[in-house]
Design a protein around this ligand. Structure first.
Ligand code: NAD
Length: 378
């Protein structure tokens, strides 16, 4: 029975109904292939336990694609991604000082593949959770009385509009150099990200804090107006507004107050980095980029870490938590996503640590063993 064009119910022998999900896997460069292998291990285990069929297609992107095809993402690879239900990415890029990839023009470098896939999949909303695991409180740079029982928030950033995409120019007038950037949003761009933000809040603690600079900027005043219009369709979600400068302070003063921070492109760029810093561990942070439909791109927030590639040292947890986000946001598999997140917590509680989060008295494990341990809890 077809549910939509891409997701099917199929009858398996023994009368068990199994859902099939088509996942595009992109190992990419550096530690990418190692961490994707671990995420796949977890997905396979989820499939086994919950009777889902995860069907994978691997594509090349980044430096490996340049070496193989001359470009960071081929049209064929993009088509495979477009035709799937979701995309899980490791990371792309090499050592900027050493790799030949960086002598190529910018549109042919590994990171151009990222821009091409985001554009090709029409992704406009970026979600970056900042979760402080109880077991890793020691890595958090904030004081203990601020952290309390930890925090769990997401920064939702508009990805395709605003200052980074407006007209820009640099001119010299009467011998004086002048540069201009324009910040433009139309109501449709604001409305679609607002809907996404409220939808995500519904799957969490049902609180949206919309962040703007409405005391100064016209674009922010329109942002606030449209957010309030959309909020009427979500009476079960509590909406508040905060100015961006205050939000930057509140994130370090009391991060527990936030559930979903919803904001425009540049503010989100800055606030999401600040939010991830206060968790203290880059190897733990997942992210998702979403568009109008269910298809999303899920990837860890960190890069390809060429310095530790191929040494079984990489922390696979950010990628495994990205796979959990995929289960939740693209496939609506809440229980399965919860299970993966719980498994991560359990493994940390048992004292297992990769080298980046290692502390005294804990047990050092490699990339592969960390994947095995997490899988064993599912
Ligand atoms: P990075 O995040 O790759 O590494 C920064 C530091 O964190 C390194 O010391 C690395 O060893 C460590 N680290 C990162 N992820 C880790 C993990 N999972 N486990 C353990 N340690 C980890 O950032 P960078 O060094 O600035 O960039 C390296 C390459 O990655 C560059 O080519 C850059 O362009 C690329 N990059 C790609 C993405 C992406 O694919 N989305 C994002 C950021 C950077």
């Amino acid at each position: 029975m077809a549910i939509d064009n891409r997701i099917f119910h199929i009858e398996m022998k023994g009368m068990v109904d199994r859902m099939e999900y088509k996942i595009t896997l992109i190992g990419g460069d550096g530690i990418g292939p190692e961490i994707i292998t671990q995420a796949r291990k977890i997905l396979d285990r989820v499939g086994e336990v919950y009777s889902h069929n995860f069907v994978y297609k691997e594509i090349l992107m980044g430096g490996v694609s340049i070496d193989e095809t001359g470009v960071p993402l081929t049209d064929e690879a993009l088509k495979i991604a477009k035709d799937s239900d979701s995309v899980l990415l490791g990371a792309v890029g090499g050592n900027v000082g050493q790799s030949n990839w960086y002598s190529l023009p910018p549109h042919l470098r590994p990171e151009a593949g990222l821009l091409a896939i985001r554009k090709g999949l029409k992704l406009f909303a970026n979600i970056r959770p900042a979760i402080l695991f109880d077991e890793l409180k020691g890595a958090c740079p904030l004081k203990e009385d601020i952290i309390g029982d930890g925090f769990d928030l997401v920064v939702m950033r508009e990805l395709t509009g605003g200052l980074y995409f407006g007209d820009r120019s640099t001119v010299t007038e009467n011998g004086v150099r002048k540069a201009t950037d324009t910040l433009v949003y139309d109501e449709n761009e604001i409305r679609r990200i607002a809907r996404r933000g409220f939808d995500i809040a519904r799957k969490r603690r049902k609180k949206v804090c919309s962040v703007d600079k409405a005391n100064v900027l016209d674009s922010s005043r329109l942002w606030r107006t449209v957010i309030e219009e959309v909020a009427k369709d979500y009476p079960d979600v509590e909406l508040s507004h905060m100015l961006v400068d205050n939000c930057a302070m509140q994130l370090v003063r009391d991060p527990k107050q936030f559930d979903v921070i919803l904001t425009e492109n540049m503010f989100g760029d800055i606030l999401s980095d600040e939010a991830s810093m206060i968790t203290g561990s880059i190897g733990m942070l997942p992210s998702a980029s979403l568009g109008e439909k269910k298809l999303g791109l899920y990837e860890p927030s960190h890069g390809s870490a060429p310095d530790i590639a191929g040494q079984d040292k990489a922390n696979p947890i950010a990628t495994i938590l990205s796979a959990a986000m995929m289960l939740r946001y693209s496939f609506d598999l809440e229980e399965e996503a919860d299970k993966v997140e719980e498994a991560v917590r359990s493994v940390l509680k048992d004292g297992n640590r990769t080298i980046d989060i290692m502390s005294e008295g804990m047990k050092l494990v490699g990339t592969n063993e960390m994947g095995d341990l997490i899988a064993s809890y599912i």
